[in-house]
Design a binder for this molecule. Structure first.
Ligand code: NSS
Length: 427
């Protein structure tokens, strides 16, 4: 008999062959209950003395948590079983008897991170991983439908895109190189042959603050387009994020509910998103009694206050130039830049940073000098302004930030299977 998946077994009548892992094993007098897990879900299997051979019953009674097995049996409706169906086991083959599984109830979060390679088998991480798969796939579909090209920028780089303070340095055969913080500058180069380009790459940030929204390695979705001004840039972002939310809301309803997120919350995410200027944001925050002044960067508390009562993300636009990166286009007021951060509802904070790019080499040099950057490493980037420079814009979206928001996760580390944080890169 051909193996079918657990998902296919639900609602099926008659004999099936299944294979997977025993996520739970419970023995009663003459019956062994196993919760069988495979890549598609879990189903209860009952091996009853008399229904199976004496040998098979003995093997069933010796099963341990996470043992791998193959079996045949008959699916039948059983309201007492989780999911409403149960398999009555007929035959059982044990592929591997697992050693004593170290994860039992009430283990500390630190311990669970130490055994992350095993903890991955938990339902929660599996559900999050399915959501992540769905939203990345939805993003890819969106770009293809709208005729953007997916590209492959490098990870080993010579210059910092987002400032020297959070950059990982590596030894490159005796030279200094850096792990990419952002593919932006490379995507900017790629707009000249292709106009609309995007990429998903790992980005690295040597973040020394311990927060629930920073990883030192994360997946970064970035897009860049020629002839796109900042207003059109925001329209791209709201359309893309809405498409991701719609796909997850529709295709992952079951996973979302298990994670404590109502899928209806995501189905409400549709353009347009509200836009407020940084100037207005400061006034709003002051009225709420918060201690902020013009020129301060917005912290988590302030972002949370700004989205109070909102169901959709909002854009905060036109931040002061001095708290933003050197490459953002200066507005005519000479003080602010043509940029926007997209802030997720419910206090999940910034999920996108984007801007129109400066075309003024002297301005960018001045900014970089003030940061103490080595201008030599940016010569190639300035070339992009020397040979057919055009107005252009782009943005970067933190995949794990969006996963955290969609899945309502306390901590961003649960948005990725092997989180890298300030004090952890094992396993
Ligand atoms: O620093 S950003 O705000 N902007 C850039 O890197 C631009 N160069 C992107 C571009 O225009 N192409 O980072 C963009 C997003 C930010 O909004 C977060 O969602 C995410 O990247 N981000 C992070 N996610 C997880 N962990 C960390 N440490 C992190 N830093 C940024």
């Amino acid at each position: 008999m051909d193996f079918i998946s657990v998902k296919e077994a639900f609602g099926r009548a008659g004999e099936v062959a299944l294979r997977g892992w025993c996520s739970r094993v419970r023995t009663q007098k003459n019956i062994v209950f196993v919760v069988l897990r495979d890549g598609s879900g879990s189903i209860q299997v009952a091996f009853k003395e008399g229904d199976v051979s004496a040998d098979a019953f003995k093997r069933a009674s010796e099963l341990t948590v996470e043992s791998s097995i193959t079996l045949t049996g008959a699916v039948r409706k059983d309201d007492r079983a989780p999911g409403g169906y149960e398999v009555q086991g007929r035959t059982l083959d044990v592929v591997h008897v697992a050693e004593r599984f170290p994860i039992v109830k009430d283990k500390s979060p630190e311990f669970l991170l130490d055994v992350r390679h095993l903890w991955l088998r938990s339902e929660q991480i599996a559900n999050v991983t399915v959501v992540k798969d769905t939203l990345m796939s939805a993003a890819r579909d969106w770009f293809r439908k709208n005729e953007w090209f997916e590209t492959t920028p490098p990870i080993i780089t010579a210059s910092a895109a987002e400032g020297g303070s959070t950059i990982f340095e590596i030894d490159y055969f005796g030279d200094k190189a850096y792990l990419s913080q952002s593919a932006q500058m490379y995507l900017e180069a790629l707009i000249f042959p292709l106009e609309r380009v995007w990429a998903i790459t790992p980005s690295f940030r040597a973040e020394t603050s311990r927060t629930t929204r920073h990883l030192t390695e994360y997946w970064h979705l970035e897009a860049e387009a020629a002839w796109l001004d900042q207003e059109a840039n925001m329209r791209v972002q709201e359309s893309l994020v809405s498409a991701m939310a719609q796909a997850v809301g529709k295709q992952c309803a079951e996973q979302l509910r298990a994670l404590g997120r109502d899928p209806a919350d995501l189905l409400k995410i549709k353009p347009p998103f509200k836009r407020i200027t940084y100037d207005d944001a400061i006034e709003i925050l002051k009225k709420k009694g918060m201690d902020v002044k013009w020129g301060d960067d917005l912290r988590t508390e302030e972002e949370r206050a700004l989205v109070e009562g909102e169901e959709k993300p909002i854009f905060v636009t036109n931040y002061p130039a001095h708290i933003k990166a050197f490459y953002m286009k200066l507005n005519p007021d000479g003080k602010t830049v043509a940029c926007a951060d997209m802030i997720a509802p419910e206090g999940f904070g910034e999920i996108i940073g984007g801007s129109q790019r400066s075309e003024d080499i002297e301005y960018m040099k001045k900014r970089l000098k003030a940061e103490g950057a080595n201008l030599k490493n940016y010569e190639w980037y300035f070339d992009l302004r020397r040979f057919g420079s055009v107005p252009h814009s782009g943005f970067g979206l933190g995949i794990e930030r969006v996963v955290r928001w969609f899945c309502k996760l306390e901590h961003i580390r649960d948005a990725t299977p092997f989180p890298r944080t300030l004090n952890r890169f094992y396993p």
